[in-house]
Design a protein around this ligand. Structure first.
Ligand code: MGD
Ligand code: MGD
Ligand code: SF4
Ligand code: MO
Length: 772
């Protein structure tokens, strides 16, 4: 058995309560949640200053998700989640200096993420020397000196890995990748490796660009929007406003999900008086309750119906002009789909033939179709071919590169897409590295670096000795928690640039460092005056962001300043880069971005236009496909369905409403009816009956991994829930214990955190359950 000891549970789990799930998202309850929370967490002055500037053209970009801002802004241009993210970051509470004497690093390992996040802002650099169990304050100069010493002692630059989370600005990201490459490594893992990597790969290979091929106004021009493996009500709340507008303009909406998620079914727009108290808008015209990982089979089945319709009415169904001029692979796809066995489709999807027929009929009726998706598709073993099947379906009828149509992956972190544009990727293409070389006059390393999973493996095996993390919470976010914790503890030095405490400050190397940084809400003053930064949203729009609050302490530095000083300490004058100039004036970084990054020419001017600018996207703009062959590629993908043995279930890990990844705002998940607890398992009542369990039972959840290791989540309470038969759900990150490090999506190496085969066993109630 795996000896993993899970983190302590919050006492509040003792007060767990479960009610019926909600049909509708947002509306009055959402407003009621937002305002008092902002007032209590930030106080009235900070609340007003931040909320009125959020997502405004002269304000700061919401640091939560990557959903775009509409072209025309309203007074309050944020959602409940955005307000929670701001309240969490702009918390005026500071972690006092005495905290570090009172709390050892090992004692922090016993705390929950929720508790850690509640301790306040990090306000001074901290260092844990080797052999000590406490952090102690350290000056910035000494901190950089220690990091430079450890990086300098490595035998090769590839013994260090430089992680990034998606809140980092374009300026900091560009400078950070430049530093890592000047130091000599492409080890630039990022949260995207665990997120939309499968998307980037599948779209890159088939259409040549791994980003959304629609822009904001396309939603309102579409006839049909298909939302797959995505929970916008919880994770991209303002997307519901765009869907509502599309619906009013005549679009139909289809939701494909194992769970009937609240926002997909009905939406009460809190920005409209009627939305506050009225019935709201019924969003989804069709809901397909698919089995986990059944989407590849579904897309193939719909494409097959499209091809059958064409065979019945030759010339009238496919977009022949488009296919001939821009695509290749049609004949191979036809031949392959002709072999598709409907029984395999039914087994994989759990859907009735009539439901799939209806979806196909909707697709055929629509001239302009958008398909969106998120983690429900990317975190499976067959994620890459699944997304390629979406592209197949869209290409058949020319649903790309025209208004109101296209594939639209919806990104997670607010600037995860921008970070990639800036070069945060372990395998940036040669053209980017050539541009860096031309611009800065040094030869960047050419061999690909380590992604997240490979970085964990390398730390585990002693091959990577220094971990530097620009934001995020790697140890909690990555799969196989026990392995990840041991891997990071195996390093010589781990450094975290952070705003608030998390578990990555407790599972650390022999030496550890915490470098406190400013958040998006804060005014960033440097030698040339107040600075702004830039970000890119999920539909490739780039714009400026400038904070409004005084920084939490004069000891915190901006991310740009931290990397500038780090680079000077580590590299000295090894490369001809004016790091000090970068820190003094971010325009100097933007000038380089303009010369190096795709589509960013004249960057300083374009980001100063009101509302910013949209990056070029050849398939979207001109049906130009920068693939290996210059054409969009219809692909043949062998259908493979996960075989779940009898008596076993397939588990997905998902987000609750009151979390942002590993950050917990509260322990509630209002839309799913769960309050004050996260150690729960959502199971279909029919599965409970069949397996001999009842609602409210406590179970141990055993992962049945190919490697034979018995990974267990202990004493979870069972909730009867309308999830697809055979498919259960628990929350991320708790469920990460069950995901083996080696269980990843083929090609993208993204942890397959939404398809874990599990076995349930009866468990005793935990001590706290007596309080129920
Ligand atoms: N409130 C909140 N907002 C967030 C975040 C957060 O943690 N909290 N995180 C941000 C980040 S980084 C990201 S990446 C996004 C994530 O946004 P989502 O991907 O929407 O988030 P998940 O909770 O992972 O939800 C996955 C959805 O896919 C469904 N699903 C799971 N497996 C399958 C499948 O096999 N097929 C289909 N069709 N559906 C499936 C689940 O039932 C669920 O509705 O959200 C961003 N926004
Ligand atoms: N089982 C399972 N695992 C998953 C997923 C899943 O669905 N299921 N989803 C995956 C996905 S999509 C993602 S994106 C990853 C997320 O992985 P990460 O991006 O690593 O995790 P976050 O929880 O977003 O990071 C939060 C921390 O970032 C720091 N922070 C916040 N704001 C700032 C800032 O402005 N600057 C800096 N420097 N630091 C800041 C704070 O200290 C905070 O604690 O998790 C992945 N893991
Ligand atoms: S939709 Fe996303 S980016 Fe927009 S306000 Fe809400 S959380 Fe922030
Ligand atoms: Mo993500």
């Amino acid at each position: 058995m795996n000896s993993y000891k899970p983190p302590v549970r919050d006492e509040t789990d003792a007060h767990l309560s479960v009610g019926p799930p909600k049909r509708s998202a947002a509306g009055l309850p959402s407003l009621i949640e937002t305002i008092p929370l902002a007032l209590t967490e930030m106080g009235p002055e900070r609340a007003v200053k931040t909320l009125t500037a959020m997502n405004q053209k002269d304000g700061f970009d919401c640091m939560s998700c990557a959903w775009p801002d509409p072209p025309e802004r309203k007074m309050a241009e944020f959602c409940e989640n955005g307000a929670k993210a701001v309240s969490w970051e702009a918390d005026p509470l500071k972690i006092p200096a005495t905290f570090w004497e009172q709390n050892s690093v090992s004692s922090l390992r016993e705390r929950s993420e929720y508790w850690l996040g509640q301790q306040g802002r990090l306000v001074e650099p901290l260092y844990k020397p080797a052999g000590k169990d406490h952090y102690q304050p350290v000056s910035w100069d000494n901190a950089f000196g220690i990091i430079a010493r450890e990086l300098g002692a490595l035998e090769s630059a590839n013994e260090a890995t430089f992680y990034t989370s998606g809140r980092t600005s374009n300026e900091a990201a560009f400078e950070y990748q430049l530093f890592a490459r000047a130091f000599g490594t492409n080890n630039l893992p990022d949260c995207s490796n665990m997120c939309h990597e499968s998307t980037g790969l599948a779209m890159g290979e088939t259409i040549g660009v791994g980003k959304s091929a629609v822009s904001y106004p396309d939603f309102a021009k579409s006839d049909l929007i298909i939302i797959m493996g995505q929970n916008p009500g919880t994770c991209h709340p303002r997307m519901l406003t765009a869907l509502e507008e599309a619906k009013r303009a005549g679009a139909s909406i289809v939701a494909i999900n194992p769970l009937p998620e609240a926002g997909l079914i009905n939406f009460k727009n809190p920005q409209r008086p009627r939305g506050l108290i009225g019935k709201g808008t019924d969003l989804a015209d069709q809901f397909l309750q698919i089995r986990l990982a059944g989407d590849m089979a579904l897309m193939q089945a719909v494409s097959k119906r499209v091809l059958d319709a064409e065979a019945a009415a030759p010339g009238a169904v496919l977009d022949h002009a488009f296919l001939e001029e821009h695509c290749e692979g049609l004949e191979e796809l036809k031949a392959h789909l002709a072999q598709l066995d409907e029984r395999d489709v039914q087994a994989a999807t759990g859907l009735r033939t009539a439901e799939i027929d209806e979806l196909a009929a909707r697709y055929l009726k629509a001239d302009k179709v958008i398909i969106t998706w998120a983690m429900g598709l990317t975190q499976h073993k067959k994620a890459v071919p699944t997304i390629k099947e979406i592209i197949n379906l869209l290409l058949l009828r020319g649903n790309i590169g025209k208004p109101g149509a296209g594939p639209s992956p919806i990104r997670g972190h607010s600037n995860v897409q921008g970070d990639r544009t800036m070069g945060i990727w372990e395998k940036m293409p040669p053209a980017f590295l050539d541009a860096l070389q031309r611009e800065f006059g040094f030869d960047p390393p050419r061999e690909p670096g380590l992604d997240v999973v490979d970085s964990i493996r390398a730390m585990r095996d002693g091959k990577v000795k220094v971990l530097f993390a620009l934001g995020g919470n790697l140890v909690t976010a990555v799969s196989d928690s026990a392995v990840a914790e041991a891997a990071i503890r195996n390093t010589r030095l781990s450094v975290q640039v952070s705003t608030k405490l998390n578990r990555s400050h407790a599972f650390v190397g022999e030496q550890a460092m915490i470098l406190p940084t400013m958040g998006r809400t804060e005014i960033d003053r440097q030698d040339s005056g107040p600075q702004f930064v830039t970000v890119e949203d999920t539909v490739c729009a780039v714009h400026a962001s400038a904070g409004r609050l005084e920084p939490i302490s004069d000891k915190v530095l901006s991310e740009v300043a931290i990397i500038s000083r780090l680079a000077r300490a580590v590299l000295g004058d090894k490369v001809p880069v004016d790091w000090a100039g970068f820190e003094a004036d971010y325009d100097t970084i933007r000038n380089h971005i303009g010369h190096v990054c795709n589509g960013c020419e004249d960057y300083n001017n374009k980001v100063r236009q009101s509302g910013g600018f949209v990056l070029p996207h050849p398939p979207r703009d001109s049906r130009t496909f920068p693939t290996a062959t210059g054409k969009a590629i219809l692909t043949v993908n062998d259908l493979e369905t996960i075989q779940v043995p009898p008596g076993r279930l397939l588990l997905q890990s998902m987000r609750s409403q009151d979390q942002f990844n590993t950050t917990m705002y509260s322990l509630n998940d209002r839309y799913r009816g769960v309050k004050k607890g996260r150690h729960v398992l959502f199971v279909n009542p029919a599965d409970l009956d069949e397996l001999g369990f009842a609602e409210g039972d406590f179970v141990d959840i055993h992962g049945e991994a190919a490697d034979g290791v018995d990974r267990v989540l202990k004493q979870f309470r069972v909730i009867g829930y309308p999830t697809a038969i055979g498919c259960v759900a628990a929350y991320f990150p708790e469920a990460n214990i069950l995901v083996p490090l080696d269980s990843t999506a083929e090609g993208s190496n993204t942890p397959a955190s939404k398809s874990v085969i599990v076995r349930l066993e009866h468990a005793t109630a935990p001590a706290y359950a007596g309080a129920r």
